[in-house]
Write a protein that binds this ligand. Structure first.
Ligand code: FMN
Ligand code: SF4
Length: 760
């Protein structure tokens, strides 16, 4: 049996290959088809699983074995915080986010410890009409009263109220203030919206610049506890956000979110001043107080606080930023862009040729000023608060960015009561002088400027440009009109009134920055053609324009301080590189000293720029080598605005103090081997003139100007210099030590006024 079975199996074994072959031939087609189907199915399954995994990777931050790095989901989807806290740009290739999910920055308490730390609320505001200021003041007071009622009133400190027009922006918006140890800041910002140029535009520009400045972290305010913005707008003129309702508040909110790494404590509030502002503001205030309570408890901004932001929000803000460069300023409803284009074409048609308006970028130097975007926006529109404020103070606004005003010395001279110091020093009769500016805008916010908060400021010319002939004819007309109005004023002398109807001099020094005007050279040519002399004062912030300036009769540079810190404090320049600009202007002045009469104008403000600064000023003189140095005490205009800038009568130096400074300056110049001397004085306006000995001819000071000689030189087309139009010797009564008052005039002191302040 065993033998049988073994022989059977050996037969089958031997016949197997043939059997398999037979089966294969019989079933090969279904086998091949089945295998192919199985393989295709497996492959498809594999691909699908991979795709799902990638999708999941993209959507969710996953825990990974790669290490403990964390992702801050509060960041934009294209940025993350590196180990050192800096923002890292994503690398190319598939995105892989590792680490464990953290609470958003806006939801953590920025290291705030309720046991030891304090919250300092800062209420910032900007206001032209006063409404926002009043409501910000009220808010600040109410916050203080409310915090007193809390269980632990000591954690929330008394709020501080800060006007964005007056603060040093860098002190609050480039990094949080230093402050007391264990004190963290909470920012509240209340802002109106204006579709004209106000200091708010500048504030916004600076926020943006700070965010983009490669030297500064993109979120330098991340240490703040939080921020929130409330805007006031007018729905009657700007019905929707798209049409500009509260658009500047929205901008402030956007940039603050970026700078704080999105520590928005409460959503942007917006109130319509004609309807719902009270309700909206109350809601906003209520919400903020709740957030402050959360912070006080150590819960940060509180989970689920409305407006803490959601995942998409940061992307929206990034997109907005990208669009920013292409953004067209929001216009009042109803004005089509076609109108703008037409405006552009018509805005400069000087001397028959039609050119588009130029917008000049003054922010860089070293090359010719670049032309930037065209614009049809007016610098000082008739409807603006600036316009109202300027006209109220006696200015005639010409076109959209120029102004003319009769100064008090013109009135005084018409009445035979004496001219300004320019008569004593240079022979200018005040009643023949027109004071004007072709640019009411400026790139400084000097503490002694009366126009704080209302004047258009900017580092670039972003407005419609009026043609020079329009300005020239307009300012003359405005000047003559004002003179005529003085006809009936008691004391005006008939012969002086007749003389005044022929302008002989133009002081381009009113307010603003004349060389900001892109067609300043054409304007000067028009003055000179009518034999009107030109005294131009610039603020030493626009070197390229200064270098490109044609001949003027006398060229001034304001020297408001002797060093960088002091200049920043007193002029509060908008340019970050203000000191480099300033020095470069001095170098340019030095180069021009043999073509033009160059002057340093020092305005002394007690407590700001006098004390111990004589040596510093002497250094600047050594650099610029001006023909003359005018030293004068600041004028106190006595308005609440100047007081708001911290200026009082105490800052106006007495004449004796000015003289003391002049002596110190002369000594410092002598030590440097610089040949200057005290030439003349006008004690009545607290002003002293130092001259280079180039103008001490045969032992006599020659500070007066030969105006007719100047025009002859100019008309000759030949090169000429200051020595070619020197006038008569300085009159005896004007020389240093003699007071500087023309004995032919009647001396007049205004009752109750300090006699020694000066204009011009
Ligand atoms: C010249 C001018 C322009 C304005 N532009 C806007 C605007 O673009 N959008 C807006 O919502 N409100 C605008 N307003 C309304 C102001 O924002 C509103 O009156 C605000 O309350 C002013 O605040 P303040 O007077 O405290 O500075 C404008 C008002 C004026 C006088
Ligand atoms: S330069 Fe003149 S106008 Fe400009 S801010 Fe200073 S003082 Fe005012």
């Amino acid at each position: 049996m065993a033998e049988n079975s073994s022989s059977l199996s050996s037969v089958r074994w031997e016949t197997l290959p043939a059997e398999v072959l037979q089966i294969w031939h019989q079933y090969r087609t279904p086998i091949i088809v089945s295998l192919t189907v199985i393989l295709v199915a497996l492959r498809t399954l594999h691909i699908l699983r991979n795709r799902n995994k990638q999708e999941l990777d993209r959507k969710l931050p996953l825990l990974s074995s790669a290490g403990p790095k964390s992702v801050d989901t509060n960041r934009t989807s294209s940025e993350r915080v590196g180990e050192n806290g800096n923002t890292e740009k994503p690398q190319s290739g598939p995105k892989r986010i590792v680490g464990k999910k953290l609470a958003r920055a806006s939801m953590i308490s920025a290291g705030f410890s309720p046991a030891t730390d304090k919250i300092q609320p800062l209420v910032f505001f900007s206001s032209l009409g006063g409404m926002t200021e009043a409501l910000a003041t009220k808010l600040s007071q109410e916050l203080d009263v409310w915090s007193e009622t809390l269980e632990d009133p000591s954690t929330i400190l008394k709020s501080s109220l800060l006007d964005l027009s007056y603060i040093e922006q860098d002190d609050y918006f480039v990094s949080p203030p230093k402050g007391e140890p264990n004190t963290s800041y909470f920012y509240l910002l209340l802002v109106p919206t204006y579709n004209i140029d106000t200091t708010l535009n500048n504030f916004l520009e600076n926020l943006k610049e700070t965010h983009h400045d490669f030297r500064i972290d993109t979120a330098p305010l991340a240490r703040l506890l939080g921020f929130s913005v409330f805007g006031f707008g007018d729905k009657e003129g700007w019905p929707t956000e798209d049409e500009g309702f509260c658009s500047q508040a929205a901008e402030v909110d956007k940039w603050m979110a970026k700078l704080t790494a999105r520590k928005r404590a409460f959503p942007l509030g917006m109130g319509d001043i004609k309807s719902d502002w009270k309700t909206r503001l109350a809601e906003w205030q209520d919400g903020l107080q709740n957030v402050l309570l959360e912070i006080q408890k150590g819960n940060g901004l509180g989970e689920g606080v409305p407006g803490s932001g959601d995942a998409e929000e940061s992307d929206v803000e990034e997109e907005e930023e990208e669009l920013d460069s292409k953004k067209v300023p929001k216009k009042k409803a109803g004005k089509s862009t076609l109108d703008d284009v037409e405006d552009l074409g018509g805005s400069y048609r000087g001397s028959g040729e039609s050119t588009g308006p130029l917008a000049i970028d003054f922010t860089t130097y070293g090359s010719k000023a670049k032309t930037v975007e065209n614009t049809s926006r007016e610098m000082v529109p008739k409807t603006s608060p600036t316009y109202a404020s300027l006209t109220k103070q006696g200015y005639t606004i010409v076109g959209s960015h120029s102004g003319v005003k009769i100064c008090r010395w013109t009135k005084s001279a018409l009445r035979g009561r004496g001219s300004c110091y320019k008569y004593s020093f240079y022979g200018i009769k005040s009643h023949l002088c027109m004071e004007t500016t072709p640019s009411l805008s400026c790139s400084n916010k000097c503490v002694f400027c009366w126009r704080h908060g209302t004047n258009p400021v900017g580092t670039t010319w972003r407005w419609k440009v009026d043609p020079p002939d329009l300005i020239f004819n307009g300012v003359k007309e405005g000047h003559y009109k004002k003179i005529k109005m003085l006809k009936g004023v008691p004391g005006v002398r008939a012969e002086r009134f007749a003389e005044a109807m022929q302008i002989r001099h133009c002081a381009l020094s009113l307010v603003g920055e004349p060389i900001f005007y892109p067609h300043i050279n054409e304007f000067l040519a028009m003055l000179h053609k009518e034999r009107i002399s030109s005294f131009l004062v610039c603020n030493a912030q626009h070197p390229d324009e200064l270098a490109a300036l044609d001949h003027v009769t006398q060229l001034y540079v304001s020297i408001d301080a002797s060093n960088k810190d002091s200049l920043k404090k007193i002029d509060r320049p908008l340019h970050r590189d203000f000191w480099e600009r300033f020095l470069r202007c001095l170098d340019i002045l030095r180069e021009k000293r043999f073509q033009q009469r160059t002057v340093f104008r020092l305005t002394l403000v007690k407590g700001f720029n006098i004390e111990d600064e004589a040596e510093g000023y002497a250094e600047l003189v050594a650099r610029g080598l001006p023909c003359f140095i005018e030293v004068k005490g600041v004028t106190f205009c006595g308005t609440s605005t100047s007081a708001g800038a911290g200026l009082t009568m105490q800052n106006v130096p007495f004449y004796e103090e000015v003289c003391e400074f002049v002596h110190a300056l002369v000594a410092a110049l002598e030590r440097r081997g610089l040949e200057y001397g005290i030439a003349a004085e006008h004690a009545h306006s607290c002003c002293v003139l130092l001259g280079s000995t180039r103008f001490k001819i045969e032992g006599k000071w020659h500070t007066l100007i030969g105006y007719e000689k100047f025009f002859e030189c100019l008309e000759s087309g030949e090169e000429f210099g200051p020595e070619d139009y020197v006038g008569e010797p300085t009159p005896e009564w004007a020389l240093w030590g003699n007071g500087g008052f023309d004995p032919r005039d009647e001396r007049f002191y205004r009752k109750g006024k300090k006699a020694v302040t000066c204009d011009g």
